[in-house]
Every structure is written in structure tokens, then in C-alpha cells.
Design a protein around this ligand. Structure first.
Ligand SMILES: NC(=O)c1ccc[n+]([C@@H]2O[C@H](COP(=O)([O-])OP(=O)(O)OC[C@H]3O[C@@H](n4cnc5c(N)ncnc54)[C@H](OP(=O)(O)O)[C@@H]3O)[C@@H](O)[C@H]2O)c1
Length: 346
């Protein structure tokens, strides 16, 4: 099959190559074989491609990416409601791809049959591929960790409402009935408002923590979901806009530019957030950093919300399979509005 493959670490443009005769994967027990139609890119893959030492932390050769849509082409169909030819979408978690090197940027993929569901008819293959990782991340942050519940009218702040994760998190929080405030730059405001955000802050206009303190100290948030990282003051100043019982959930982490200095600063900052007790000057708000998890029930709920139109796809751009390197360029720009998609033509 044709597949994008890397064998050494580096930037996608330097190490990712399109191979024409890469071995087609064989499904093991409990796995499905999917003939792929579309794949959406996620920052975790260009980050691991560039950073993780080969051999120790990831398997090479490696086909990157995990979010996909396609058609069932074989494998263990027993115990599923699927048959050959069904149109599906799903995910191979990054931890699995790093272990076995079998990701989604290829013509075929094998995956756990529990992480594949039928594609709702109201979305295209390209659109369907945009949901899994971002929405699982939003579920992990808001529902599992932040304890967002339907009908409780909680108050949620999402930093980065126009990004891949943020655009889906805004919609999920609204589908759960929360008040949602978020950030973006002026060109993204219309998009973010159209997702249902109740309040939108321009983070470029003035210091964001100051904007939030002056507006929300009287009506603080239950959950602060940070999909951007970078601005460490947002956590340190959070007591002025996050309830004492509230939680700061971070999926982006501190900014590390590869230098020893930035690594040291990030380590000290992390230790302060996680370990420093209140009596020694620590911030009196709970902080959590973590990785998204996958779950069959959440995938089914995701598909139902898509079918009902409560979760809609936000597609920044679609690239041809041969142009996957351009897709990475766009993904790495930090300016994508919603998701970057690669169309796998068969
Ligand atoms: N821990 C996990 O399990 C997990 C899972 C998924 C993703 N992540 C991480 O989460 C982060 C976000 O991923 P993503 O896919 O959402 O990235 P993305 O789509 O590349 O984010 C781009 C968006 O970020 C916005 N942005 C950039 N700087 C901003 C700022 N200072 N304030 C507010 N918005 C800003 C841009 O909006 P404007 O152009 O409007 O500024 C753009 O829409 C990445 O670091 C990724 O690795 C972690």
C-alpha cells in the first residue's frame, strides 16, 4: 500500500516520505482492517516525530496519525454491528502508534474494533475524521476530569476556542448545557461565536488574566480548560476567576523550545503547580495535566451528538494524500481554525 513513513526523528518535511510499497497491515484478533478515506492531523504526531528518541520511545519505521474515517475491509467483525463495506470513523491512540508504528496516514489501517463506529450520514469522510482525538480530549478534560454534568449549568472557560481541541470542546460544553467563555484572535471570532460560545475574549487585545479577573471575579468558573499552554500567569492568577472548588485542566503543557533553560523553567513551573502546598505560597486551585483517554461509550455518544447536529465538524483545510507535507505545514503554523485533513484517495 501507499503510506507516509518516517524512520528517523526530525521535522515532517525532513523525515516523512511517501512510500509506494509499504506492507499492508494484518488485523490481529479483536482488530478491524479499514480502507482509509480521510485522516486528520494532530500536533502530538509532529511533536513525537521531532522529539522522542527512536528505539526507546517509539517504534520505527512509523506511519503517523490516529484520527481516521474509511470503509470496513476485514478483521474481527464478531460482536460488532459492522459489516464489510460499512462507512466508519475512529481512532488509533498515539500511545499505540508509538508502540507498533501502525498509524493512519496510509491506505489501510488496523485498529481496535471498540474504537470504530459507523460514520453518521450527515458528515462526509473528511469531516468525520476530525472528531475523535479532539473530542476525546474534550471529554477527558471537561467530563472525566472537570466533572462537567448535563443540566448542571456549570461555568466553563476554554482557552483556545478556535483550535482543533478548543472548537470541539466549546461545542461539547454547550451540548452539556454549560455557560462557555473562550479566547481567540479577531479573525476567528465569528467561527467561535457560531459554535455557541457565550463570551469570546481577544487574547491579543490585552493581558488575558487581567481581562478575566475584571470580568469574572464575581461569577467565577467551575472549569478552566487550557488547550494553549504558554501563558503560565493564567494558572497563577486563576483564584480571581476560578471557584475555590474549581479545577484548572491543562492538555498543552508549558512551552519548551528545546533549550535547557526552557526545560528547567518548565520543570520548576510544573513542580509549583502540582506539588507546592498553599501554606508555602502555592496557588489555592487544583491543577491537572494529562493525556486524553479513549472509551467506547464516549465514541458512541460522540457519534450521536454528530448525528443530532450538536457537534459539527470544523475543517480548516483539506489536502490531497500526496500533499500531506503541506498539511503538516498548516498544522504546525499554530493558526489552523479547526482541523487539518488529508484525503486518502483510493
Ligand atoms: N494532552 C492531550 O491528550 C492532548 C490531546 C490533544 C491535543 N493536545 C495538545 O493541545 C494543544 C492544542 O492542540 P490543537 O489541536 O487544538 O492545536 P491547533 O489546532 O494547532 O491550535 C491552533 C489554534 O490555536 C489558537 N491559538 C494560538 N495561540 C493562542 C493563544 N495564545 N490563545 C488562544 N488561542 C490561541 C489559534 O487561534 P487564533 O488563530 O484565533 O489565535 C488556532 O486556532 C497542542 O499543544 C496539542 O499537542 C494534547
Amino acid at each position: 500500500m501507499r503510506a507516509w513513513v518516517y524512520r528517523t526523528k526530525g521535522k515532517p518535511a525532513d523525515v516523512l516520505r511517501l512510500e509506494d510499497d509499504y506492507p499492508k497491515p494484518e488485523p490481529a484478533q479483536g482488530q478491524l482492517l479499514v480502507s482509509l478515506r480521510a485522516v486528520s492531523t494532530n500536533p502530538v504526531f509532529f511533536k513525537t516525530m521531532g522529539m522522542a528518541p527512536m528505539r526507546y520511545m517509539q517504534r520505527v519505521p512509523c506511519v503517523p496519525e490516529g484520527d481516521f474515517s474509511g470503509v470496513v475491509a476485514g478483521g474481527s467483525l464478531d460482536g460488532t454491528d459492522l459489516k464489510l463495506g460499512d462507512e466508519v470513523f475512529g481512532i488509533v491512540p498515539a500511545q499505540i502508534t508509538m508502540k507498533n508504528g501502525k498509524g493512519a496516514l496510509a491506505e489501510y489501517l488496523v485498529c481496535d474494533k471498540d474504537l470504530v463506529v459507523k460514520k453518521p450520514a450527515n458528515v462526509s469522510f473528511e469531516e468525520a475524521s476530525t472528531f475523535p482525538l479532539t473530542t476525546f480530549t474534550a471529554y477527558w478534560a471537561l467530563v472525566r476530569t472537570g466533572k462537567l454534568e448535563k443540566g448542571k449549568a456549570q461555568r466553563v472557560f476554554i482557552n483556545g476556542g478556535s483550535g482543533g481541541v478548543g472548537a470541539y470542546a466549546v461545542q461539547l460544553a454547550k451540548a452539556y448545557g454549560a455557560f462557555v467563555a473562550t479566547t481567540c484572535s479577531p479573525p476567528s471570532r465569528e467561527l467561535v461565536s457560531s459554535l455557541g460560545a457565550d463570551d469570546v475574549h481577544d487574547y491579543k487585545e490585552s493581558d488575558l488574566a487581567t481581562q478575566l479577573s475584571s470580568k469574572y471575579s464575581g461569577e467565577p468558573f467551575d472549569i478552566f480548560f487550557d488547550t494553549v499552554g504558554h501563558d503560565t500567569s493564567l494558572y497563577y492568577k486563576s483564584p480571581t476567576y476560578l471557584k475555590p472548588s474549581g479545577i484548572y485542566v491543562d492538555v498543552a503543557g508549558p512551552h519548551i523550545d528545546g533549550s535547557i533553560g526552557s526545560l528547567l523553567r518548565a520543570s520548576v513551573d510544573f513542580a509549583n503547580r502540582l506539588l507546592r502546598p498553599k501554606m508555602l505560597g502555592g496557588v489555592p486551585r487544583k491543577y491537572t495535566f494529562g493525556m486524553m483517554t479513549t472509551d467506547r461509550k464516549e465514541l458512541e455518544e460522540m457519534a450521536a451528538l454528530i448525528g443530532e447536529g450538536k457537534l459539527r465538524p470544523i475543517v480548516d483545510s483539506v489536502f490531497a494524500f500526496e500533499d500531506a507535507l503541506k498539511a503538516y505545514e498548516r498544522q504546525m503554523s499554530n493558526r489552523a481554525k479547526g482541523k487539518v485533513v488529508v484525503k486518502v484517495s483510493q
